[in-house]
Write a protein that binds this ligand. Structure first.
Ligand code: BMA
Length: 336
């Protein structure tokens, strides 16, 4: 799995990541996105207090990787736990949940927290997640050392899910993607973005993409996945698209390319899904038929991208793609 260096045109903007988790596409596959052969990388009851770890966030940190994991407890409530890994596959997950403090250092108690995303802006790491306000809303916290976590003002009020920050300011402002929803298993949802100068007050809301399109896989609702990857061609955003069946929702993954300076402008959007529940760990579990991407690692030197996704609300799994092939595919197979 050692990274082979490549002479391909560099598309991804960012720091080299030679230790990116990686497997070449299997010889018998022509898929644009392919699964890690040893999926899933977490199993049922992974830590004493936790029944399942899935829909989790990962970033490179020091000489390995750091994770903010969604851990669902045996009482059904989700919480966020810190995790560390040398290789991105084998995770040491803290047995205690992350403790937040407010700006004055006082402990903040959360009823629940789920679907985290982890975003580095400069030397600060921001966590966004679905917070209990009451009702789902976008929680926001920062840390510099993964020891002290400052819970900031909630970015957006209920009901809202899938808050995802861009990894740098755009035109001098922070930008946050989100998906306004209801308090339950929302049967609608579009991706919008909001701007802020100080990460406290958010406004200038813009519609990015609506659910729907020519296929059914993203017809009910869509939501941003991992933190967008900056490329020379635009922001590459993986997202989930949901369809409804007689047996309930099915969550698949697509991708879109957003304009670098005006990310509410969609350049391309996948017509067909890139990943849909097929494997037993995706089709069978606590909630069957879910693939839910929450993190992506990218290596500019090789155009490699590793995507972490939750499978069946039970497992953590990995998939891979090549940025150059994916962008070409997006261009040729776009809704837009
Ligand atoms: C969504 C979120 C996700 C979950 C998905 C499928 O509404 O709650 O955390 O993976 O449903 O159950």
């Amino acid at each position: 799995m050692a990274a082979k260096r490549s002479s391909k045109k560099k598309l991804i903007i960012g720091s080299s990541l030679p230790q990116i988790p990686w497997q070449d596409r299997p010889d018998n596959s022509s898929d644009i996105v392919w699964r890690h052969a040893a999926n899933p990388i977490t199993d049922w009851n992974p830590i004493p207090c936790g029944a399942r770890i899935f829909n989790s966030a990962v970033l490179p940190y020091r000489d390995g990787f750091i994770g903010v994991m969604r851990v669902d407890y045996r009482n059904g409530l989700p919480h966020l736990h810190l995790a560390q890994s040398r290789d991105g596959y084998d995770w040491r997950v803290d047995h205690k949940k992350i403790v937040w403090q407010d700006e004055s250092g006082k402990t903040v108690v959360n009823k629940s927290a789920y679907d985290p995303r982890l975003c580095r802006i400069g030397n600060t790491y921001y966590i966004t997640w679905c917070d209990y306000f009451p009702g789902p809303s976008i929680g926001l916290a920062r840390t510099k050392d993964f020891k002290t976590f400052v819970k900031m003002e909630n970015a957006l009020m209920p009901f809202n899910r899938n808050g995802v920050l861009f990894p740098r300011k755009i035109n001098g402002e922070y930008v946050l993607l989100s998906r306004p929803s209801d308090s339950g298993h929302t049967a609608f949802g579009d991706i919008i973005l909001s701007h802020s100068r100080d990460l406290t007050y958010w406004g200038k809301h813009r519609l990015v993409m609506r659910a729907g399109g020519s296929g059914w896989w993203q017809g009910v609702k869509i939501g941003a996945g991992p933190v967008p990857i900056e490329t020379t061609e635009g922001w590459l955003l993986f997202y989930h698209g949901v369809t409804n069946t007689c047996n309930g929702f099915v969550y698949s993954m697509g991708a879109t390319l957003l304009d670098l300076d005006h990310p509410e402008k969609v350049i391309y959007r996948t017509r067909d899904y890139l990943l849909t529940p097929e494997k037993p760990y995706e089709t069978v579990g606590y909630v069957p038929n879910v693939v839910f991407p929450c993190a992506a690692l990218a290596d500019p030197d090789t155009n490699r991208i590793a995507i972490y996704y939750g499978a069946a609300d039970t497992y953590t799994a990995l998939a891979y793609t090549q940025a150059d092939e994916l962008l070409e595919y997006l261009c040729k197979n776009s809704e837009v």
